[in-house]
Each structure stands twice: as C-alpha cells, then as structure tokens.
Design a protein. Sequence first.
Length: 423
Amino acid sequence: MAGAQVIQTWTQKSLAGDTSTAGESSAVVAMDGNYMFVADNEHETLRLFQRFPVSSCVDPLYSTNMRPWLNLTSTNPEDDIESAVMTSSGGTNRIYWLGSHSNSKSGGNLRPNRDRLFATQVNGNGSGSPAYSLAYVGRYDHLRTDLASWDRNNLHGLGSNYFGLVASTNSGVPSEANNGFNIEGLAMAPDGTNAWIAFRAPLVNGFGPTTNLAPRTHALIVPLKNLAALVAGSPTPGPGAAQFGAPIRLNLGGRGIRSLDVNAAGQYLITAGPTGDVSAPPVAPLNFRLFTWTGSTNDAPLERTTDFPTDYSPEGAVLPSGALDANAVVQFVSDDAVACWKSFTANVGTAILPPPFSLSLAAPSNGVAQLNLAAQTGLTYTVEYSATLTNWSWLRTVNSTGAVTPFTDSTATNELRLYRARY
C-alpha cells in the first residue's frame, strides 16, 4: 500500500454458522464504536457485527432476512444491496438500503429484483441482547424508471437524455461498462434533507451532454428530494413518485463512486473505483482511490495518497467523528467474495494537490476577452465564470500546451465577469 498502510484487518462470516456462502459485503452503517450493520450484495440478510472482534471469522451477532418483504422473484433472486444511510429524527433511527438497480454484469440482462429502495427502523441502544435489531418499514420499486424518465423528460433542465440514462438502462448494456447503470452510493446531502444517489456507472461527460462520442470522465450524483416518502408504503405506488434535484458531476480521475459517506462535521469521503474490475496490479483509473470533498459544487474533490492492496475491495466506510485529515482512520468493509470477508482500517492519506497554476486576463482583442493559463504542460483545467463569486458557470476546458496557454471567451459582453480555473 503505497500512500498509507492497512492498519488492521478483521474477518467475519457472511452468514451465521455458514462457512460456504461467499461474503460480498457492500454497505455498512456504524451504530456506535462497537457495532455495525452490514449488507451483502448476494443475499438480503442484514447482519449486526462487532466492529473490532477479537477472533477471526466471527459470526454475526444478529441477522434478519429482508427477502420476505421485498417481493423478489426466484429468478436471479438477489436484490444486490450496494449502499445504505442512517437518518435520525425524534429519537428514532432509520436505515435506508439501496439495491444497485443494475443490469447483470455479463450480458447486460435485466435484473428487476435489484430495483429496490427499502428502509428499516433501528431498535435498541447498544446495551441489550442483541445490542440493536431492525424492523422493516417500507419500500419503493421504481427508482430506476424514475431516474431514466427524469433524464429523458429533461426535468433537470439540461436537455433531453443529457446523461443518456435511458440508454444505460437498456437490456444488453452490462452494469459495469462505463455507459452502464449501477448505483453504489447513498448519503445525506449537506442540508440533511435531500439524499444523494451516487453512481458507479455510468460515467458522464463533465462539460456537456453525454453523447455517443463524448468523453465519459466524471462520476454522477443525483439528489433525491423525498427519500422518506418513498418508503411510506409497501410498496409505495409508482413509477413517478421520486423527486430529484440538480445533478452533480465530479472528476474522480475517470472512476465511479463505490461508496459515499459523510461525517458529523459534514465532510465527505468518496471511495472511488473503476466501473468494472480493478486491474492487476491496480493502475489508475482501474484502481480504488479515496477523495475528500466539502459537499459544495463549488469545490472539487481532493484525491488522497492511499492505495489499496489487490485483494482489498472497499465498498462501504465508517468515518471517524473528527476531521478527515491525512491521519484520520476509516474502517472499510471489503467485497471479497469469500466466506470470511474482511473489514479493515486505513488512514485517509495526504491530499494530492495539483501543481501551481494561474489564470490571468490579457488585453481584449476586437472586443473579445483574452485569457492566459499558466500551468504545467499536459494537464487539463476547467475554466468557469461568474458575476457574483457564488454562482459559477462552465466556460470551457483548457489543455495546457505550454508555459502559457492563451484562449478566449467569445461569449463575454460588457457585464462584469470573473473567471477561475480548476484542476
């Protein structure tokens, strides 16, 4: 591990008393410093584990099978749970669990059992036996359809099929292709009301519509505005019930989002990885990387130095309550596909800062704004403009071709216009 070492590793059984069922742990919610609920993407049994067990390959302390509540068919039966988030209101804790909503990995076959968003209420305070348990609340089965319709019908205001989500959900599109459809992150937005749905795939064009010829460079987050309402029924009627906000595109070095988590201070940790398999050995962008982020669309995520060994596949994270600085210790669950799966701790790692660069205005030419980007050759920057220093609009991307790269803003008129460049 180049940037930061795995600090400690523990192993847990996928199912109590079962040493044959492979564990593909994919989502985790910490209840306190001692216990965590963990979901698996190959079955619907939610399990409570000790976070730091003293022996290896330990059984879960508590298990509950959600399958009877989810109306899953016997063909390709798994819900493929990939993410979770806990909310607290009036002394009640609720965990929302989200299926991948994806096609199959091989062949892109439709897998409607994966189209589940459901919630459980947490019972217990950590002192009983079991320390915590779960009770089913409700579910929604049409989030995938609603997301595709939102994009097709231009409900985001960017243009019909701007992100190509209808095409991504078509039969024959594999879930792990960069144009696939695969949800693996769920977190609350900074406002504490909206939820953020984070995609492993598709990757989308960071600076325009995602057409067949457009570069797929950015990860996608779609805000969900009515999370609680969607699980009020069993199921809540649909399609058409989900309400979405303004989409967010993040540059994670050509990676999708494998987990999205936030601490009590509102700092986000993004576990980023390839839309498909990690390369052997792991090489960018076919590797896992950590990014810290403020949660503001005005700020870019910061890549961290942490690398993960080949046999570690982080797909869920428990964050510390303190700041996400270089020495912060994060606990991960690993999607290992073995009977005794790993949880482990690692440091966040040092932030990787871009080389120094600057953006300056030159004298206008024929009434057209002239700008100069002084930056390291070969790097690509995003240039934005604003009249207020708060609402920034994309202007263009600039590839640095020399010590100074000149370019123009032909859209500028006589109004005040401020510029900034981002790496």
